[in-house]
Design a protein. Structure first.
Length: 305
Protein backbone atom coordinates (compact mmCIF):
# COMPACT_ATOMS: atom_id res chain seq x y z
CA UNK A 1 0.00 0.00 0.00
CA UNK A 2 1.32 3.47 -0.87
CA UNK A 3 0.28 5.71 2.00
CA UNK A 4 1.72 9.20 2.25
CA UNK A 5 -0.81 10.90 4.53
CA UNK A 6 -4.11 9.78 6.11
CA UNK A 7 -6.58 12.56 5.31
CA UNK A 8 -9.94 11.07 4.34
CA UNK A 9 -11.68 7.69 4.04
CA UNK A 10 -12.09 7.94 0.27
CA UNK A 11 -8.34 7.51 -0.25
CA UNK A 12 -8.46 3.83 0.79
CA UNK A 13 -9.12 0.97 -1.62
CA UNK A 14 -10.39 -2.51 -0.72
CA UNK A 15 -6.91 -4.09 -1.18
CA UNK A 16 -5.31 -1.37 0.96
CA UNK A 17 -7.93 -1.91 3.67
CA UNK A 18 -7.28 -5.66 3.66
CA UNK A 19 -3.53 -5.04 3.92
CA UNK A 20 -4.15 -2.70 6.85
CA UNK A 21 -6.41 -5.23 8.57
CA UNK A 22 -3.87 -8.07 8.11
CA UNK A 23 -1.30 -5.84 9.74
CA UNK A 24 -3.70 -4.83 12.53
CA UNK A 25 -4.14 -8.53 13.36
CA UNK A 26 -0.36 -8.86 13.57
CA UNK A 27 -0.26 -5.77 15.84
CA UNK A 28 -2.84 -7.42 18.08
CA UNK A 29 -0.31 -10.24 18.68
CA UNK A 30 2.60 -7.80 19.14
CA UNK A 31 0.62 -5.72 21.65
CA UNK A 32 -0.37 -8.89 23.55
CA UNK A 33 3.31 -9.62 24.20
CA UNK A 34 3.94 -6.05 25.37
CA UNK A 35 5.02 -4.45 22.10
CA UNK A 36 8.23 -4.16 20.08
CA UNK A 37 11.32 -1.94 19.97
CA UNK A 38 11.42 -1.93 16.16
CA UNK A 39 10.47 1.74 15.87
CA UNK A 40 12.55 3.14 18.75
CA UNK A 41 14.10 5.78 16.48
CA UNK A 42 10.73 7.21 15.48
CA UNK A 43 8.99 10.23 17.00
CA UNK A 44 5.27 10.90 16.70
CA UNK A 45 3.89 14.41 17.33
CA UNK A 46 0.26 14.67 18.45
CA UNK A 47 -1.09 18.17 17.79
CA UNK A 48 -4.64 18.48 19.11
CA UNK A 49 -6.56 21.76 18.80
CA UNK A 50 -9.75 20.10 20.09
CA UNK A 51 -10.34 17.84 23.05
CA UNK A 52 -9.84 14.10 22.74
CA UNK A 53 -9.26 11.25 25.11
CA UNK A 54 -9.72 8.06 23.09
CA UNK A 55 -8.00 9.04 19.87
CA UNK A 56 -5.03 10.74 21.49
CA UNK A 57 -4.42 7.99 24.07
CA UNK A 58 -4.85 5.33 21.43
CA UNK A 59 -2.29 6.94 19.09
CA UNK A 60 0.13 7.56 21.94
CA UNK A 61 -0.23 4.01 23.27
CA UNK A 62 0.26 2.70 19.71
CA UNK A 63 3.53 4.63 19.41
CA UNK A 64 4.79 3.44 22.80
CA UNK A 65 3.89 -0.19 21.92
CA UNK A 66 6.02 0.24 18.78
CA UNK A 67 8.96 1.40 20.89
CA UNK A 68 8.79 5.00 19.62
CA UNK A 69 8.58 8.37 21.35
CA UNK A 70 5.79 10.93 21.58
CA UNK A 71 5.75 14.73 21.52
CA UNK A 72 2.29 15.85 22.60
CA UNK A 73 0.26 19.01 22.86
CA UNK A 74 -3.42 19.11 23.63
CA UNK A 75 -5.42 22.34 23.67
CA UNK A 76 -2.97 23.54 21.03
CA UNK A 77 -5.22 26.54 20.40
CA UNK A 78 -4.52 27.73 23.98
CA UNK A 79 -0.93 26.64 24.43
CA UNK A 80 0.43 27.48 21.01
CA UNK A 81 1.66 30.99 20.31
CA UNK A 82 -0.26 30.87 17.02
CA UNK A 83 -2.50 33.91 16.91
CA UNK A 84 -5.11 32.43 14.62
CA UNK A 85 -5.68 29.32 12.52
CA UNK A 86 -3.91 30.97 9.59
CA UNK A 87 -0.56 29.96 11.04
CA UNK A 88 -1.25 26.22 10.97
CA UNK A 89 1.08 25.76 8.00
CA UNK A 90 4.03 27.34 9.81
CA UNK A 91 3.38 25.24 12.92
CA UNK A 92 3.32 22.08 10.80
CA UNK A 93 6.57 23.00 9.03
CA UNK A 94 8.27 23.34 12.41
CA UNK A 95 6.80 20.21 13.99
CA UNK A 96 7.74 18.22 10.88
CA UNK A 97 11.36 19.12 11.63
CA UNK A 98 11.02 17.51 15.08
CA UNK A 99 9.07 14.34 14.27
CA UNK A 100 8.51 11.45 11.85
CA UNK A 101 4.70 11.67 11.78
CA UNK A 102 2.14 14.29 12.84
CA UNK A 103 -1.28 13.33 14.22
CA UNK A 104 -3.58 16.35 13.95
CA UNK A 105 -7.01 17.08 15.41
CA UNK A 106 -8.32 20.47 14.34
CA UNK A 107 -11.39 22.69 14.57
CA UNK A 108 -11.46 23.39 10.83
CA UNK A 109 -12.53 21.11 8.00
CA UNK A 110 -9.68 20.82 5.52
CA UNK A 111 -6.95 21.44 8.14
CA UNK A 112 -5.32 18.01 7.67
CA UNK A 113 -5.17 18.53 3.90
CA UNK A 114 -3.62 21.97 4.40
CA UNK A 115 -1.09 20.45 6.80
CA UNK A 116 -0.22 17.65 4.38
CA UNK A 117 0.59 20.15 1.64
CA UNK A 118 3.46 21.68 3.63
CA UNK A 119 4.58 18.77 5.81
CA UNK A 120 7.77 16.84 5.08
CA UNK A 121 6.48 13.93 7.21
CA UNK A 122 3.16 12.05 7.03
CA UNK A 123 0.11 13.81 8.49
CA UNK A 124 -2.74 11.78 10.01
CA UNK A 125 -6.17 13.38 10.37
CA UNK A 126 -7.36 12.56 13.92
CA UNK A 127 -10.75 14.24 13.40
CA UNK A 128 -11.52 17.70 12.09
CA UNK A 129 -14.35 20.21 12.00
CA UNK A 130 -17.89 19.61 13.20
CA UNK A 131 -19.03 17.87 10.03
CA UNK A 132 -15.70 16.83 8.59
CA UNK A 133 -14.05 13.44 8.78
CA UNK A 134 -12.38 11.15 11.31
CA UNK A 135 -10.79 8.53 9.06
CA UNK A 136 -8.83 6.56 11.66
CA UNK A 137 -12.01 6.13 13.72
CA UNK A 138 -13.73 4.83 10.59
CA UNK A 139 -10.83 2.44 9.94
CA UNK A 140 -11.11 0.98 13.44
CA UNK A 141 -14.89 0.84 13.04
CA UNK A 142 -14.60 -1.08 9.79
CA UNK A 143 -11.95 -3.38 11.30
CA UNK A 144 -14.38 -4.10 14.15
CA UNK A 145 -17.16 -4.98 11.69
CA UNK A 146 -14.72 -7.20 9.78
CA UNK A 147 -13.67 -9.02 12.97
CA UNK A 148 -17.12 -9.33 14.51
CA UNK A 149 -19.26 -10.03 11.41
CA UNK A 150 -16.56 -12.01 9.53
CA UNK A 151 -17.61 -10.21 6.34
CA UNK A 152 -17.83 -6.79 4.75
CA UNK A 153 -19.72 -7.57 1.55
CA UNK A 154 -23.50 -7.90 1.72
CA UNK A 155 -23.97 -6.22 5.11
CA UNK A 156 -26.86 -3.96 6.11
CA UNK A 157 -25.76 -1.17 8.43
CA UNK A 158 -27.91 1.35 10.32
CA UNK A 159 -26.18 4.65 11.16
CA UNK A 160 -28.33 6.42 13.73
CA UNK A 161 -28.31 9.71 15.63
CA UNK A 162 -26.78 13.10 14.94
CA UNK A 163 -25.66 12.35 11.39
CA UNK A 164 -25.15 15.79 9.82
CA UNK A 165 -22.24 16.62 12.12
CA UNK A 166 -21.29 13.01 12.79
CA UNK A 167 -17.81 12.86 11.33
CA UNK A 168 -17.37 9.20 12.33
CA UNK A 169 -20.61 8.22 10.55
CA UNK A 170 -19.60 10.24 7.50
CA UNK A 171 -16.16 8.62 7.31
CA UNK A 172 -17.59 5.14 7.87
CA UNK A 173 -20.20 5.61 5.11
CA UNK A 174 -17.38 6.34 2.65
CA UNK A 175 -15.53 3.15 3.68
CA UNK A 176 -18.58 0.88 3.63
CA UNK A 177 -19.47 2.10 0.14
CA UNK A 178 -16.40 0.27 -1.18
CA UNK A 179 -17.91 -3.16 -0.51
CA UNK A 180 -20.39 -5.15 -2.60
CA UNK A 181 -24.12 -5.33 -1.85
CA UNK A 182 -23.86 -3.10 1.22
CA UNK A 183 -27.07 -1.34 2.25
CA UNK A 184 -26.94 1.72 4.50
CA UNK A 185 -29.82 3.09 6.58
CA UNK A 186 -29.45 6.66 7.83
CA UNK A 187 -31.83 7.07 10.77
CA UNK A 188 -32.23 10.59 12.18
CA UNK A 189 -34.68 13.48 12.49
CA UNK A 190 -34.75 15.31 9.15
CA UNK A 191 -33.04 18.44 10.64
CA UNK A 192 -29.88 16.46 11.46
CA UNK A 193 -29.95 13.84 8.70
CA UNK A 194 -26.79 12.88 6.79
CA UNK A 195 -25.65 15.65 4.43
CA UNK A 196 -26.21 15.55 0.66
CA UNK A 197 -22.50 15.25 -0.16
CA UNK A 198 -22.45 11.71 1.29
CA UNK A 199 -25.64 10.75 -0.56
CA UNK A 200 -24.20 12.09 -3.83
CA UNK A 201 -21.09 9.96 -3.27
CA UNK A 202 -23.22 6.86 -2.59
CA UNK A 203 -25.31 7.55 -5.71
CA UNK A 204 -22.20 7.90 -7.83
CA UNK A 205 -20.90 4.56 -6.47
CA UNK A 206 -24.30 2.84 -6.85
CA UNK A 207 -24.57 2.08 -3.14
CA UNK A 208 -28.05 1.29 -1.83
CA UNK A 209 -29.32 3.43 1.03
CA UNK A 210 -32.51 4.59 2.74
CA UNK A 211 -33.23 7.63 4.89
CA UNK A 212 -35.59 7.14 7.83
CA UNK A 213 -36.87 9.26 10.69
CA UNK A 214 -37.67 6.26 12.88
CA UNK A 215 -35.63 3.17 13.77
CA UNK A 216 -38.82 1.08 13.86
CA UNK A 217 -38.84 -1.76 11.28
CA UNK A 218 -35.13 -1.28 10.55
CA UNK A 219 -33.16 -2.36 13.62
CA UNK A 220 -34.81 -5.80 13.60
CA UNK A 221 -33.11 -6.86 10.38
CA UNK A 222 -29.76 -5.05 10.09
CA UNK A 223 -26.36 -6.61 10.81
CA UNK A 224 -24.82 -3.50 12.39
CA UNK A 225 -26.36 -0.70 14.46
CA UNK A 226 -23.96 2.26 14.68
CA UNK A 227 -25.18 4.87 17.18
CA UNK A 228 -23.33 8.18 17.02
CA UNK A 229 -22.05 10.42 19.79
CA UNK A 230 -24.32 13.41 20.54
CA UNK A 231 -23.66 17.10 21.07
CA UNK A 232 -26.18 17.58 23.87
CA UNK A 233 -25.95 21.40 23.94
CA UNK A 234 -26.53 21.67 20.21
CA UNK A 235 -29.53 19.35 20.38
CA UNK A 236 -31.03 21.33 23.26
CA UNK A 237 -30.51 24.62 21.41
CA UNK A 238 -32.34 23.19 18.40
CA UNK A 239 -34.98 21.48 20.57
CA UNK A 240 -34.28 18.05 19.06
CA UNK A 241 -35.09 14.99 21.16
CA UNK A 242 -33.10 11.87 20.29
CA UNK A 243 -34.63 9.70 23.01
CA UNK A 244 -36.45 7.48 20.46
CA UNK A 245 -33.03 6.64 18.99
CA UNK A 246 -31.52 5.41 22.26
CA UNK A 247 -30.63 1.74 22.60
CA UNK A 248 -31.93 -0.14 25.62
CA UNK A 249 -32.98 -3.67 26.55
CA UNK A 250 -36.26 -3.24 24.67
CA UNK A 251 -34.46 -2.38 21.44
CA UNK A 252 -32.02 -5.25 21.99
CA UNK A 253 -34.90 -7.72 22.16
CA UNK A 254 -35.95 -6.76 18.62
CA UNK A 255 -32.48 -7.12 17.08
CA UNK A 256 -31.04 -10.15 15.31
CA UNK A 257 -29.11 -12.52 17.57
CA UNK A 258 -25.92 -12.00 15.54
CA UNK A 259 -26.20 -8.24 14.97
CA UNK A 260 -23.70 -5.90 16.61
CA UNK A 261 -24.08 -2.52 18.34
CA UNK A 262 -21.33 0.04 17.83
CA UNK A 263 -20.58 3.52 19.15
CA UNK A 264 -17.43 5.65 18.68
CA UNK A 265 -17.61 6.73 22.37
CA UNK A 266 -17.90 8.67 24.56
CA UNK A 267 -21.57 7.81 25.04
CA UNK A 268 -24.00 9.45 27.38
CA UNK A 269 -27.68 8.49 27.17
CA UNK A 270 -27.48 6.95 23.68
CA UNK A 271 -26.88 3.43 24.97
CA UNK A 272 -28.24 2.22 28.30
CA UNK A 273 -25.44 0.66 30.43
CA UNK A 274 -27.78 -2.35 30.82
CA UNK A 275 -26.88 -3.18 27.21
CA UNK A 276 -23.13 -3.40 27.94
CA UNK A 277 -23.08 -7.05 28.98
CA UNK A 278 -24.94 -8.27 25.91
CA UNK A 279 -22.52 -10.05 23.53
CA UNK A 280 -23.83 -7.88 20.70
CA UNK A 281 -22.51 -4.73 22.41
CA UNK A 282 -19.06 -4.45 20.83
CA UNK A 283 -18.23 -0.77 21.52
CA UNK A 284 -15.51 -1.43 24.08
CA UNK A 285 -13.85 -4.00 21.81
CA UNK A 286 -14.29 -1.45 18.99
CA UNK A 287 -12.42 1.15 21.04
CA UNK A 288 -9.61 -1.32 21.84
CA UNK A 289 -9.24 -2.11 18.13
CA UNK A 290 -8.16 1.51 17.70
CA UNK A 291 -4.80 0.59 19.24
CA UNK A 292 -4.14 -2.18 16.71
CA UNK A 293 -5.34 -0.22 13.67
CA UNK A 294 -3.29 2.83 14.66
CA UNK A 295 -0.18 0.67 15.29
CA UNK A 296 -0.73 -0.81 11.82
CA UNK A 297 -1.14 2.61 10.18
CA UNK A 298 1.99 4.00 11.86
CA UNK A 299 4.13 1.01 10.82
CA UNK A 300 2.90 1.21 7.22
CA UNK A 301 3.85 4.90 7.11
CA UNK A 302 7.24 4.31 8.77
CA UNK A 303 8.14 1.21 6.71
CA UNK A 304 7.78 3.02 3.42
CA UNK A 305 9.44 6.15 4.81
N1 LIG B 1 -13.99 8.48 19.43
C1 LIG B 1 -13.30 9.63 19.58
O1 LIG B 1 -12.88 10.27 18.60
O2 LIG B 1 -13.11 10.01 20.87
P1 LIG B 1 -12.22 11.26 21.35
O3 LIG B 1 -12.92 12.51 20.92
O4 LIG B 1 -12.08 11.13 22.84
O5 LIG B 1 -10.89 11.15 20.65
Amino acid sequence: MKLTHVIESQQFTVPSLMELFDRAQLMEKIAARGGTRDYENKIMATLFYKSSTRTRFSFEAAMYRLGGKVLATEHANEFSSEIDGGQLEDTIRIIANCSDVIVLRHTDEGAAKRASLVSTVPVINAGEGAGGQHPTQALLDLYTIYRECKALNGLSVALMGELDNGRTARSLAYLLSKFDRVKLYFIAPSEIQIKPDILAYLDSHRVQYELAESPEHILSHVDVVYRTHIDRERLQRRDIDLTPYNINAGVLSTMKSNAIIMHPLPRSVEIDPAVDNDPRAVYFRQSRNGLFVRMALLTILFDQG
